[in-house]
Design a binder for this molecule. Structure first.
Ligand code: PEP
Ligand code: MN
Length: 256
């Protein structure tokens, strides 16, 4: 299994798509089927959600991760999902092929060490997202924690940073495109760009995706949903399936 993930990760661009959160069997299966029909290999879906408000939808936890894995397996995909604690990873280890460390936990060194220790024997890939207030050097050093504690199989993910633009910009975060260029200079690790969380609005996702690839990103992670208007998290940035098909055409995605 792990060998195959490694094979799939060698292709460019590395395209990851799926809902912000896993919400139901039906929602994730529809998405997996669609994602696979487009020739992608990676399905994202949050089960343990870092929400700003404690009264927002918190994700389905282990059940959500299990639904994600089942849907992925039915359609020949690998899963990408965030964990917020070592307990999350222990209980859902077999359901997650690529472990996401979210932006908010990039500097949680205790968690990063635990994730390295839990994943090192399999060299299970880890997708480490840049904190929206962290420098590029801090991101690279957080990745060093993973290697230092035993797992150097890391993909770095840029997802927008907070700048003065957020005083009145429509963008949720400022897309850190220069970070792509700088990271390509400083590391061999694959660089994934997340246009969804940086844009915050679906109409900006396509242009930012093209720009990120142009700047040298090795891949993209994009939020899509079968019915964005009823999504339980990040509905404004989720692409309709048709939008995503168009985006794939615009970037000339063709992988089989
Ligand atoms: C996510 O990918 O669903 C997510 C919460 O992203 P970030 O950590 O970048 O905000
Ligand atoms: Mn999200």
């Amino acid at each position: 299994m792990m060998k195959n993930v490694e094979e799939a990760l060698k292709k460019r661009p590395i395209m990851i798509a799926g809902p912000c959160s896993v919400e139901s069997e039906e929602q994730i299966d529809k998405t997996a089927k669609f994602v696979a029909s487009k020739g992608l290999k990676f399905l994202r879906g949050g089960a343990y959600k870092p929400r700003t408000s404690p009264d927002s939808f918190q994700g389905l936890g282990r059940k959500g991760a299990e639904m994600l894995k089942r849907a992925a397996e039915r359609h020949g995909l690998y899963t990408v999902s965030e964990v917020m604690t070592d307990e999350d990873l222990k209980e859902s280890y077999d359901y997650i092929d690529i472990v996401q460390i979210g932006s908010r936990n990039m500097a949680s060194y205790g968690l990063i060490k635990q994730i390295a220790e839990l994943t090192k024997d399999d060299r299970k890939p880890v997708l480490l997202k840049r904190h929206f207030g962290a420098t590029i050097t801090e991101l690279l050093k957080a990745a060093d924690y993973l290697s230092y504690y035993g797992n150097d199989n890391v993909l770095l993910c840029l997802r927008g940073i907070r700048t003065f633009e957020q005083i009145d910009s429509c963008f949720r975060f400022t897309p850190d495109i220069s970070g792509i260029i700088e990271l390509k200079d400083k590391t061999e690790k694959p660089i994934i760009f997340d246009p969804s969380h940086s844009a915050g609005l679906r109409r900006y996702v396509g242009k930012i995706s093209e720009t990120a690839l142009c700047a040298g990103a090795d891949g993209l992670i994009i939020e899509i949903h079968p019915e964005p208007d009823s999504a339980l998290s990040d509905k404004d940035q989720a692409l309709f399936f048709d939008d995503f098909s168009e985006l794939l055409e615009d970037i000339g995605f063709n992988q089989d």
